[in-house]
Design a protein around this ligand. Structure first.
Ligand code: NAP
Ligand code: HSE
Length: 431
């Protein structure tokens, strides 16, 4: 430090995958930060549940504490970085940080999706900043671009692969023929998955991320309950093989659209052409397409999970707040919600559909299937029939023309009452 350089003390809440990444990046980048900011960013406290477990991770173990009050009551700590995860006690700790005049960086999408607006309001009331770049798509800058760089646009669509774990699993199943369970175990070993991977594989993690982005992009409240959510646990290797034969791959997509009749926000496995740019986004990589009326299409691509990529986003938020604090700039949190748009149900969205059915193998069944679709306004684009998958049954794969989902549901309700239809094995939307 030079004589006129400054120091900003920060505290980490959590020293797990992401917390340790932030610690490493700040240590490594300290000289560069000093040159960029003329300010030393010093981690003066780290909150964990079990300090003894973390001693080997830090150069000065006296920074470790299991008592949040030590951070809250230390006026020299200006920025609190929450990387513990979960709703409580993270929610309470962050509110208390604002009330104590401390700004906050968080990677916690569960919390931002559930209580983001409330936290922004508390930050604003207390003249503090809340930054959450790391909460969506790990290392990819997307929150700050939506809030700032693309602010000149009416954004009408966001489509993305926003969960690294499920993209990793689908890639392993597609390219290496790996089974689901070992692919999930590998994603967990690599630190991509949440401690309980249910949120990843059932699509809830992606749902939180698309809800956060949709709310910022469309300036209307989007809650988790507005997001239709389907995960990858029902995707089978049989569907992956059919997809390949048809020139498609299966990806878990988050889709948010601002249409004339309302906003739609959904997460589900989706068939996309293998030459679509999102098809080449593999392993734990994420990618997000944004369409704005002025800019047209932009795509953001990079590591959506993992220690250092996520730390990259969190440290850039720390850096931004430190710069504001060092220059005494006023940059309080502001909510981007200023209107109330209707949110559509999944029944009112339009897609083409891939439907795989097991049917009785006898004359007339194919004609009756086609009749049920026709009676429900569903137009068939393509049929593949595999005769005799066992002694009595054959398998049909039907691709429909684009249609409102309620018509597909009406047709499948009829099939459920028909003895000739043994099973509707899969229904996957087509991009
Ligand atoms: P993690 O490895 O499980 O680490 C959590 C850390 O928080 C641990 O050090 C734990 O301390 C501490 N902690 C948890 N509850 C606490 C409590 N009540 N009091 C004090 N300390 C507590 O989690 P992570 O993977 O780093 O994820 C952290 C956050 O980043 C989550 O919100 C996650 O969704 C988000 N995120 C993660 C990734 C990723 O790739 N992992 C990417 C983007 C965003 P002990 O070890 O002592 O128990
Ligand atoms: N579990 C998440 C994922 C981590 O797999 O994308 C990043 O939020």
């Amino acid at each position: 430090m030079t004589q006129d350089s400054k120091q900003i003390n920060i505290a980490l809440l959590g020293l797990g995958t992401v917390g340790e990444g932030i610690y490493k990046v700040l240590q490594k980048q300290a000289p560069m930060m000093m040159q960029k900011l003329n300010t030393n960013i010093n981690i003066s406290k780290i909150l964990v549940r079990t300090p003894a477990k973390h001693v080997s991770k830090v150069s000065d173990p006296s920074v470790l504490t299991d008592n949040y009050d030590e951070i809250l009551n230390d006026p020299s700590i200006r920025i609190v970085v929450e990387v513990m995860g979960g709703i409580e006690p993270a929610f309470t700790y962050i509110r208390k940080a604002f009330e104590a005049g401390k700004s906050v960086v968080t990677a916690n999408k569960d919390l931002i999706a559930a209580h983001g607006s409330e936290l922004i309001e508390t930050a604003e009331t207390n003249g503090c900043e809340l930054r959450y770049e790391a909460s969506v798509a790990g290392g990819i800058p997307i929150i700050n671009p939506l809030l700032n760089s693309l602010a000149a646009n009416e954004i009408t669509e966001i489509t993305g692969i926003v969960n690294g774990t499920t993209n990793f699993i689908l890639t392993k199943m597609t390219k290496e023929g790996m089974d689901y369970e070992p692919a999930l175990a590998e994603a967990m070993r690599l630190g991509y998955a949440e401690p309980d991977p249910t949120n990843d594989v059932e699509g809830f993690d992606a749902a939180r991320k698309i809800a956060i982005m949709a709310q910022i992009a469309f300036h209307t409240k989007v809650t988790l309950s507005n997001v239709y959510t389907e995960g990858i646990t029902k995707v089978t290797s049989r569907d992956i093989s059919y997809a390949a034969a048809l020139g498609w791959v299966i990806k878990l997509l988050g889709v948010a659209r601002n249409t004339e009749d309302g906003v739609e926000v959904r997460v589900h496995p989706t068939l996309i052409p293998e030459d679509h740019p999102l098809a080449s986004v593999t392993d734990s990589y994420n990618a997000i397409f944004v369409h704005g009326d002025a800019v047209g299409d932009v795509m953001f691509y990079g590591r959506g999970a993992g220690q250092l990529p996520t730390a990259s986003s969190a440290v850039s938020d720390i850096f931004t707040i430190a710069r504001h604090q060092a220059s005494h700039a006023s940059s309080v949190a502001r909510d981007s919600v200023f209107r109330s748009l209707p949110v559509k149900t999944i029944d009112d969205t339009v897609s083409s559909y891939y439907i795989r059915m097991i049917v009785e193998d006898r004359p007339g069944v194919l004609a009756s299937v086609a009749g049920v679709f026709g009676n429900n306004s569903v137009s068939i684009q393509q049929i593949i029939q595999k005769s005799k998958i066992n002694d009595a049954d054959s398998e049909l794969v039907i691709i429909t023309s684009p249609i409102h989902e309620r018509h597909i549901k009406a047709a499948t309700d009829v099939f459920k009452t028909s003895p000739a239809i043994r099973e509707i094995a899969s229904i996957i939307r087509v991009l």
